[in-house]
Design a protein around this ligand. Structure first.
Ligand SMILES: Nc1nc2c(ncn2[C@@H]2O[C@H](COP(=O)(O)OP(=O)(O)OP(=O)(O)O)[C@@H](O)[C@H]2O)c(=O)[nH]1
Ligand SMILES: [Mg+2]
Length: 601
């Protein structure tokens, strides 16, 4: 029951994933116990680990995807119909996933059921799920040491069950996980092992599929962004390249798909890594640390990026097979200190059992807790727990937020551009809002003068297979009907009636995270906003002459090369050498397409 027990203990925190409110935020809010101190929080989490404890749950939440059922033994037909309708509603609330707590009263009291009652209840639950084309997975079952009506103790149990149904209009539940960590810690290898179903040999075998360039194969170092997918079928079994031969087959057989975005660890490629992180809008970050090398190199910087972008993250310690126990303990201690420190203010959750995994699946939604796994990609140790965790990680957006986003006009952010011989111009990117369909008429831009060009969508592909519709939050590749010169990352495709314009100037409220001296007007820096990455010059600081580390200010920027389409409220990150800062766009100044706004050389 720890999933909910933990939720009960989770403090309410504002969430996280880039630009998208998280559905569980509201859910976790229901469990706010008003406690604020770090000690309380630690004590509560520790309590959550004592899974044998006979604690009750909070009263059943009205909204959300969690349902308590005292028992489901031989329901009448009418009641059964009612139960099915209710399950349908809970599934909708959870965007295809619902949790049933069996043996628990509406007030959260863990009554427990006898073995026969539990078996009968699970059978009813299975029939309910079958009626909806959903499947069930028992996440955990445990005894409660209360007495039953006849005074017999010990044999009563409660169960936590995951019900999953992919919504009818959706191929699968999608999650994007960006993989960060210092160079050589084993990121590409871990993704290779998780998605190919084959262990590594310690000399770079498993990472080969992740590489996109010859020089990467030769050097063993990731330099650009690549993706790989891992699927889970409706009963939670892994669907990977070990069992399927093509990405299309994996998609067809999966009800949940995890897309890993493999990023480069070396400092040299930090710009590409930041861009990958800001433009792919991941739901989670997997921070990989080598057990033997410890928290070194770009680890802290990458951790800082996940924190700055407010993406929830978990940590995987690799190379357990070649790490001496004392060194591993040191790495874990170092990590704990870093996570609990004032910059992070997190609570590490060391994952050792399957029960911890279920607990972590829920608590990873709070900003505070950070699950930590220890694995080896060579022996496979710990990978089963990590896989199970990925299976129970909740989807990024709730039904309501999703519906709202889908009703907006389509907006597709371009983060890759290609030209294919028989197809023509192809754009890879993310649909941040609305719905995009085949043959849709849209506009693409901003071009160098700030204007947009009419285009038509010729075909759409997701996971290397054709599809006709893309919905808000999904990534896709789109082929266009015409060739557009000077295509670049950071452009958008959107609805013509919006009459969009690019902007050269924008105002932002920023915080300088680090700068060795002070920043004045005229300072140039690389600005990242979603898939936009361009040098901008600071043209003015409101009310101040200069700013330095930890200063906050409202600043006016001007892009140096060409106008970009940006929205008020967008999150931005800037970086030049060791200078770093974050902020939000507070105002944009669209550039009407006239001769004067032609790009400056
Ligand atoms: N013994 C052992 N070796 C591992 C393990 N994981 C990765 N390796 C090895 O570590 C080396 C580096 O792995 P990569 O996956 O390329 O590391 P990376 O983090 O992707 O590195 P960059 O792409 O440069 O950031 C390879 O030779 C792997 O075979 C592990 O769990 N145990
Ligand atoms: Mg790599």
């Amino acid at each position: 029951m720890a999933l909910s027990l933990t939720c009960q203990r989770v403090k309410r925190h504002k969430t996280k994933s880039i630009g998208s409110p998280d559905p569980m935020d509201a859910f976790l809010g229901l469990y706010d116990n008003g406690s604020d101190s770090e000690d309380d929080w630690m004590a509560q989490l520790n309590g959550a680990q004592s899974l044998a404890s006979n604690q009750n749950l909070p009263p059943e939440p009205q909204a959300g995807n969690i349902e308590y059922k005292l028992k489901l033994v031989n329901p009448t037909r009418q009641r059964f119909e009612h139960l099915v309708t209710q399950m349908k509603w809970r599934l909708r609330e959870g965007q295809g996933e619902a949790i049933y707590e069996i043996g628990v009263g509406d007030n959260g009291f863990l009554h427990g059921l006898t073995n026969e009652e539990m078996e009968a209840s699970l059978e009813t639950l299975t029939s309910m799920a079958r009626r909806l084309g959903a499947s069930i997975t028992i996440l955990r079952r445990r005894s409660v040491d209360s007495l039953d009506k006849e005074g017999n103790g010990g044999n009563l149990s409660v169960a936590e069950v995951l019900v999953r149904k992919v919504p009818d209009d959706q191929q699968s539940i999608d999650l994007r996980v960006a993989v960060l960590g210092n160079a050589d810690v084993g990121k590409s290898t871990l993704i290779g092992v998780l998605t190919q179903g084959q262990l590594d040999n310690g000399r770079g075998l498993a990472r080969l599929n992740m590489f996109r360039h010859l020089h990467e194969v030769q050097s063993g170092r990731t330099s650009c962004v690549s993706h790989e997918i891992l699927g889970f079928d409706s009963v939670g079994e892994v669907v990977d390249y070990g069992k399927s031969t093509t990405a299309e087959e994996i998609c067809e057989n999966s009800s949940k798909l995890i897309t890993f975005v493999d990023l480069a660890g070396h400092h040299k490629y930090l710009r590409t890594t930041i861009r990958g992180l800001t433009s792919y809008a991941p739901h989670y970050v997997m921070l990989v640390v080598s057990g033997s090398a410890g928290v070194v190199g770009t680890t802290r910087e990458h951790l800082g990026l996940a924190l700055a972008l407010e993406v929830p993250f978990f940590v995987v310690i690799t190379k357990q097979d070649v790490t001496r126990p004392q060194v591993l303990t040191n790495t874990l201690q170092h990590l704990d200190t870093l996570l609990k420190g004032p910059g992070c203010n997190k609570v590490p959750l060391h994952i050792e059992t399957e029960d911890d995994v279920i607990t972590a699946g829920a608590t990873s939604l709070s900003e505070k807790s950070v699950p930590i796994f220890v694995v080896s990609s060579v022996t496979g140790k710990g990978l089963n727990l990590l896989t199970k965790f990925l299976h129970v990680l909740p989807p990024g957006l709730g039904a309501l937020e999703r519906e709202k986003l889908e009703q907006e006009p389509a907006e597709f952010q371009v983060y890759e551009t290609f030209r294919l011989p028989q197809v023509g111009t192809v754009l890879g990117g993310l649909l941040t809002q609305g719905v995009m369909t085949d043959k849709m008429n849209l506009v693409l831009g901003p071009l160098d003068d700030g204007s947009f060009h009419p285009v038509q969508v010729q075909s759409i592909q997701r996971y290397k297979s054709s599809c006709r519709v893309v919905r808000a939050g999904q990534s896709a590749s789109v082929a266009l009907n015409i060739e557009i010169p000077n295509l670049r990352k950071g452009m958008i495709l959107t609805a013509p009636h919006l009459k969009p314009l690019g902007s050269l100037f924008f105002q932002a409220s920023i915080v300088v995270l680090f700068h060795s001296t002070s920043i004045h007007a005229g300072f140039q820096t690389t600005v990242h906003i979603g898939s936009i990455q361009q040098t901008a010059v600071l043209v003015g600081i409101m009310g101040l002459k200069q700013i330095g580390t930890n200063d906050t200010a409202s600043c006016m920027f001007r892009f140096l090369q060409h106008p970009e389409f940006i929205r008020k409220g967008a999150r931005l990150l800037f970086r030049t050498g060791s200078t770093q800062g974050i902020g939000r766009v507070t105002q944009v100044f669209p550039t009407p397409p006239t001769d004067e706004s032609a790009p400056e050389k």
